[in-house]
Design a protein around this ligand. Sequence first.
Ligand SMILES: [Zn+2]
Length: 553
Amino acid sequence: MSSSRRTFLYGLGAVGARALFAIERTEPELILFNGNFWTVDARQPRAQAAAISGGRFFAVGSNDEVLALAGGSAKKVDLGGKTVLPGFIDAHSHPAEAGLSHLRMVDCDLRSIADILKALRERAAKTPPGEWVLGFKYDDTKTAEGRPLTREELDAALPNHPVLVEHRGGHTAWTNSQAIKLAKIDDKTPDPPGGKYDRDPATGKLTGHVREHGKDTFEKVIPATFTRDDRREGVRLITQMMTRSGVTSVTDAEGTPEDLRAYQDARESGQLSMRVYCHIYQAHMDQMLAAGVKTGLGDEWVKVGAQKMICDGSISERTARLSQPYIGRPDDFGILVTPEEELYQQARKAHAAGWQLGTHANGDVAIDITLRVYERLQKELPRKDPRYRLEHCTVVNDSLVARIKALGAIPTPFSTYAYYHGEKMKEYGPERVNHMFALRSFIDAGIRPTQASDYPPGPFEPMMALQSEVTRTDTKGNVWGPQQRITLEEAIRVGTIHGAYASYEEAVKGSIEAGKHADLVVLGRDVFKEDPSNVINIPIERTMVGARWVWES
Ligand SMILES: [Zn+2]
C-alpha cells in the first residue's frame, strides 16, 4: 500500500509544523486498528488503522504500519472491521437555543393536535396562572387532523395561561387570546414590517397564527428567565444529543454573546462534547465590534463565526421569498424580512471589520438580493478569501449558481428536508423542487455546499442527511427533485470536509488525516453496503471528538 505508506510518512513529519509535533510526541497514545476507514482524504481514501496523539491523528494507514508505531503505553482498540467516517459537521443549526428549548418548552413534535393540547395542558397544570406556556417543534403538516392548531382550541385547553406554540421552523407561531392580549395587538392592529398577524378572511379576527416579525411582537413580552447555569446546561444537553448521532462539530447559525459564553462555560466544566463555530446575530454586533472581536477568535472548541443576517422567511413554514407564488396561493410570494439596502448596511459594517458574513436566504429572490450585497461589498471592499455564506440557499436557478461559483460563496442547504419535510414540497411544485437543496447543481459547478440540519427545524442525524441527499425520497416513498441526487461519497464529503471549509478549518478537521483533530464516528454497519433507503437505520456505535469517546452505545 504505497499510498498509505506515503501518508504514514507524512504523519511522521514530512511537513514543517507536523515535524515538530512528531518529534515532541514520538509515541501514539491510542491506536484504532482493524477498521474500515473511509478517510475523505483524496491521497489515501481507505485505511485500516489510525494512531492518535495529543488529540490528533498521528498516522493513518494499514494495520501493520500503524500498529508498528505502538510503544508500551499506547492503548489499542480493535474496531472489529467496523466502518469509520470522519466526524460529521453540521454547518447550520441552533444548538444553544435548542438546548434551552429542550430544558424549558413543551416538545410538540407529536402526531395529533389532541396529543399536543394534552402535553400543553400538563405543562399548564405545573405553571402558575398568567405565566407563559411555550411549545416548540410543532409541525402543522404532520398531525392526524390535517389542519393547523386554532386559537379557539388553545383558549379552551389553556384558559388561564398565555400560550405560544412555535412551528418547528421557528419563524411562525400559534398563540391564544391571553397571549394576544399581552402582546397588545387586536383585530385592527396593522401587520408589522416583515411580518404578519393572520386574520380570518371572513371576519377579520386575529387567528393567533403569527409569522416572521409578527412573532417577534410576542417574543418581546415573554420574560427571559434563563440563568447562566441554565444556558450551560442547555449546551450540555444538546451536545450530548447531537454527538450520539455522529455530529462532532456544529455551526451555531444565530448565536448571541450569551450563547458564546454558554459554550465556553460548558467547555470549562468539561461538558462541551462537540466543536462550535458560533455565528453572531447582527442585532448583537455592536458589542462584538466594540470589543474588537472578529471571525476566527477562539480555538478549536469554541470559535467566533460569521455575522448572521436574515433576508427572508422559511421553507418549512412556506414564507421564503420567491419569484413565483406558492402553489395554490397565487398572491403569496413569501416574506422579505430585510430589504436590500438595510442588509447591505448591516453587512458592510461587519465585512469592513474582518467578519465572515452569513445571510439566511431561502427563496430565489432573497438569494439574488444577498448575492448582490456580497458582490457589491467585494467590489467596494475586496477581501481575500471571504467565504461568503448563503445560509440555506434553497431555491436556485442556473444564473444564481453561476454567481455563487464566481463569488466563491458557500451554500448551506437543508440536508434532511427531502426526506423529512417532503410533504411540504407540494407547495413549491415539482419544477421548483428540482432546484431546491440543489447539491447536484452546486457540486457540478465546483461549489462546496455543506451538510446543515437547521435543528430544530430539521432533524440533525447525519445518517438521515446522507439518505435524504442520495435518494431525495420522503418517508412515504415520494421522490422530491431527483435531479439533485448526489452519490453517497459526495454526501459524505458534503457532511465532513465541506463543513470544515465553511468555517476556515479544512486544514484541521473534516477528514481522517495525520495532523488533524481525532474526530470520527464508528458505524454499526457499512454505509456503502447498505440499501440507500435504509441508511437512516444504521446505528452510530461510537463518536470520538479530540481523541475522546463522547458517545459509546
Ligand atoms: Zn437557521
